[in-house]
Design a protein. Structure first.
Lengths: 386, 288
């Protein structure tokens, strides 16, 4: 999956639910999609003060006023005021109420599957609760990094030195090493590529509790992690069209340009976007049908584009595992089924290209063999139509 | 010479009886690849495309002395198929499959490293040594034998570049598609070193993408150890900035994953960096 795609991140509350299931201590919390039955939660936590946190997949919630300490009397009004509010293009649909924590010290903790080493990388710091990138810059000695081989069983003893480096002692040290074991096991068992806790809070009675959660999942593991990949966040991180594409196994990112793209392979799809920009137009999307796409995927791609506000379509294939005859059939099927009223230019070479081109020609459609002349043609048609 | 693969390399196709396996095994055989066996559990003893099929990699390797295997198997079964291939003693493992869970890829990668196996992929087009052999799905007809070595993170974009070279009379020594996944087998640097030491290769082309740090590491290596001219193209130059892998990713890898930043670092290392891929043969001509 290219970086170009949306990161499959979970909502904080979904991450905390996972934490809870994996014995990583979290504050008591409850999800609200309206402001009913707040009193029940107040009773449960035995406190009149609580944290209200809007659930969003983009950062900057605090600055946007979407996280607030409220009294039970204020909670209802506050929840109502932030439900539906726009945060970086998405409305807030869930607010989490959470038990407030007394803070003695804040830590940073992360477990990630590191791309470079192919190992689990643990990052920890006793300077948590702030922008950890700044800590890394100004106090690099206060950041601890440890690698765990992909085969390692994360026994607690492996984390004793780390815990001591962070300043944990006695019972808290044991709580920490157990937490680490649970965190790494959770990452492995649930195919998580990143688990970040910032801050991890040490309370005055020496308990450690995850006050926040940032979890990134592995989209490729959907066949064995269906109950994670079906979480609400995985719907919400996409636009409606992106979600439909994702369900069909198509990698599609909506952009705001004028020419819709259907292509195969992330690299070529990106290079196609680049080329349109360099030649004076702009891509309306990134679309990679994926390796070995059949005609239904091509058809679905064009259906998605037919519902986007665009001025032209550029189909660009250099087929390897995909076959040009499938691409051609997909295009013909789509042109019969959907209303495609904008000009379309097709570039088709690679596996079975002669067959594909003859299928198109029988239907009166000409295909280009080279990408640059085809790109110039679609731009000419789009600009000429203005 | 070429690298990794030549006309004598004996190759086993894992998943040879499947739809993709059949199609691409046939195309490999037609190209001249020595496909000596296929493996599909439960279909041992049969013959498919004129090639004997075995139940296991162990049996196939014992019977044929093959040193390479290529995987055309659905993502959920790829982990086990790759482990089986390494345990059977092959030296070159190519995983074409797309959508392999990252953790599985990390495990395969480590197992390959521990056993000195060269792993290419996953989610890759494979490799081709023109007029000798190909493993994977790169269309043979666009290639020609020559002196340009290509190493790429992309699939179809590589075909684009190969064709452009061929049309401009620049043949290739070997083309390697590394694959687009975050965790994969060999990277730019392993291939750059192999090309540097390959007498047939006179120029090297590196095809990168936004994200990751492979290009930056390649720049370091080129500065220090590569004497042959290197050309580079990076896809995603106009892409909106990709979301960072949380803060942890930024701490580890810095913020150098944009195309612009990569192109700057590559240029500084003395690599000829082009904006549009079709400029590559023109630049090679200029420098000859």
């Amino acid at each position: 999956m290219p970086v170009f795609n949306n990161m499959p991140m979970l909502y904080e509350i979904e991450g905390k639910q996972l934490f809870k299931e994996n014995k990583i201590p979290v504050p008591r919390f409850r999800a609200y999609t309206d402001s009913n039955s707040i009193s029940q939660f107040v009773e449960e936590i035995g406190s009149d003060v609580m944290m209200a946190k809007a659930q969003a997949l983009s950062g900057g919630r605090g600055k946007a006023g979407l996280i607030k300490k409220v009294s039970s009397a204020e909670a209802e009004e506050y929840i109502q005021s932030i439900l539906g509010r726009d945060h970086r293009g998405k409305p807030v649909e869930i607010v989490m109420l959470e038990e407030p924590l007394e803070i003695e010290k804040e830590y940073y903790l992360a477990v990630m599957l590191d791309n470079e080493s192919g190992k689990y990388l643990i990052i920890a710091s006793s300077r948590g609760g702030v922008d950890i990138e700044e800590v890394a810059e100004h106090y690099p000695d206060d950041i601890f990094k440890e690698y765990l081989s992909i085969w390692d069983v994360p026994f607690s003893y492996l984390f004793i030195d780390l815990g001591k480096n962070l300043g944990f002692e006695a019972k808290t040290l044991t709580s920490f090493t157990n937490l680490m074991t649970n965190m790494v096991n959770m990452a492995k068992q649930r195919d998580l590529t990143l688990v970040e806790i910032n801050p991890l809070i040490l309370t005055p009675d020496k308990k450690i509790i995850a006050a926040d959660s940032k979890v990134v999942i592995d989209g490729n593991s959907d066949f064995r992690q269906a109950n994670i990949t079906s979480l609400k966040s995985q719907r919400d991180r996409h636009t409606e069209l992106e979600f439909e594409a994702d369900q069909a196994g198509i990698s599609y990112v909506q952009l705001d340009g004028e020419i819709g793209i259907v292509s195969g392979g992330a690299g070529l799809s990106m290079a196609t976007c680049d080329l349109l920009e360099f030649f004076g137009s702009s891509p309306a999307n990134f679309l990679d049908v994926g390796g070995g796409a059949d005609e239904t995927k091509i058809e679905k791609s064009l259906e998605i584009l037919s519902r986007q506000d665009i001025k032209g379509i550029f189909v660009n294939f250099f087929a390897g595992i995909t076959r040009c005859n499938d691409v051609a059939h997909g295009i013909i099927n789509a042109s019969k089924k959907f209303k495609i009223e904008v000009p379309i230019v097709i570039r088709l070479v690679g596996t079975n290209d002669k067959e594909g081109i003859s299928i198109l020609e029988k239907n009166g459609i000409k295909a280009y063999g080279e990408m640059e002349p085809a790109a110039r043609k679609i731009i000419e048609l789009v600009k000429g139509g203005n | 010479m070429a690298i990794l693969l030549n006309e004598n390399t004996k190759v086993i196709v894992q998943g040879i009886t499947g739809k993709q396996g059949t199609f691409h095994a046939r195309s490999m055989i037609d190209y001249g690849t020595k496909v000596v066996a296929g493996v599909t559990p439960g279909k041992g003893g049969q013959e498919h495309l004129g090639v004997p099929v075995f139940d296991s990699m162990k049996e196939a390797v014992e019977a044929t002395q093959a040193t390479a295997s290529v995987i055309f198997i659905p993502a959920r079964f790829t982990y086990s198929a790759a482990m089986e291939a390494i345990d059977a003693g092959i030296n070159l493992l190519t995983v074409i499959t797309e959508g392999v869970p990252v953790q599985d890829s990390a495990r395969i990668r480590q197992k390959a490293l521990d056993n000195d196996v060269v792993m290419v992929g996953p989610n890759c087009p494979g490799l081709i040594t023109p007029e000798a052999s190909k493993i994977g799905i790169i269309p043979g007809e666009i290639c020609a034998k020559g002196n340009v070595g290509i190493v790429s993170r992309s699939g179809t974009l590589t075909y684009e570049i190969i064709q452009n070279l061929t049309v401009n009379s620049f043949g290739q020594s070997t083309c390697v598609g590394l694959g687009g996944d975050p965790i994969k087998g060999i990277g730019f640097n392993e291939c750059l070193t192999l090309f540097e030491n390959d007498p047939q290769t006179k120029q090297i082309i590196l095809v990168g993408e936004i994200g990751g740090t492979g290009e930056q590491q390649a720049a370091d290596l080129v500065k220090k150890e590569i004497t042959k001219p290197v050309y580079a193209f990076i896809a995603g130059q106009t892409a909106p900035p990709g979301k960072q892998m949380g803060h942890a990713g930024a701490i580890v890898h810095g913020k150098s994953g944009t195309a612009k930043e990569k192109m700057r670092i590559l240029s500084e290392a003395g690599i000829t960096t082009v904006k549009i891929s079709s400029e590559i043969p023109l630049r090679i001509k200029e420098n000859l």
